[in-house]
Design a protein around this ligand. Sequence first.
Ligand SMILES: [Zn+2]
Length: 182
Amino acid sequence: MKKRFYTALTLFACTLIVCACSTTPKKSTPLPPQTVMHLKAMQLSPILPIPVKGIKRQNLTDTWGAARSAGRRHEGIDILAPRGTPVTSATEGLVASLQSNRLGGNVVWILGPAGSWHYYAHLKSHKRGLHVGQYVHAGDVIGYVGNTGNARHTVSHLHYGLYLAGKGRGAVNPYPYVHGDF
Ligand SMILES: [Zn+2]
């Protein structure tokens, strides 16, 4: 009888461990398919608002293609701004990922019109409550300028990347797109 009890106890403990392990690799939240289809059918405007509050076109430098460490080329533009300045979405779209990474630090990925992907990196933090699957409009605050990731020894800035062939694929220079205030 006692042996049976211990066998049951062991089984129970194993079940707990298996359950705990199987929940660790968190599945990414799927984006609402209808909204994704709707976004893909939209046109991407050739003129987008500058995604940092208070920054004017004449404050921008075209840093696309500049040399970076390990033979990389700069796949985006750096928009210099004081730490904590609100970062605003350049387009409407779905918040697709908030997963931090080594180079980008705190980042936001947004799936926008015509299946464009927008990458906002080195954020001090995300806007509180921002979540994957959330629909944002151009000009909505999504985070705050910082220097996380490989920007930790540089001045605070937003790295803005624009991709036309998928998440992280088909990078194009965002500089000709971004103009003026929203
Ligand atoms: Zn950059």
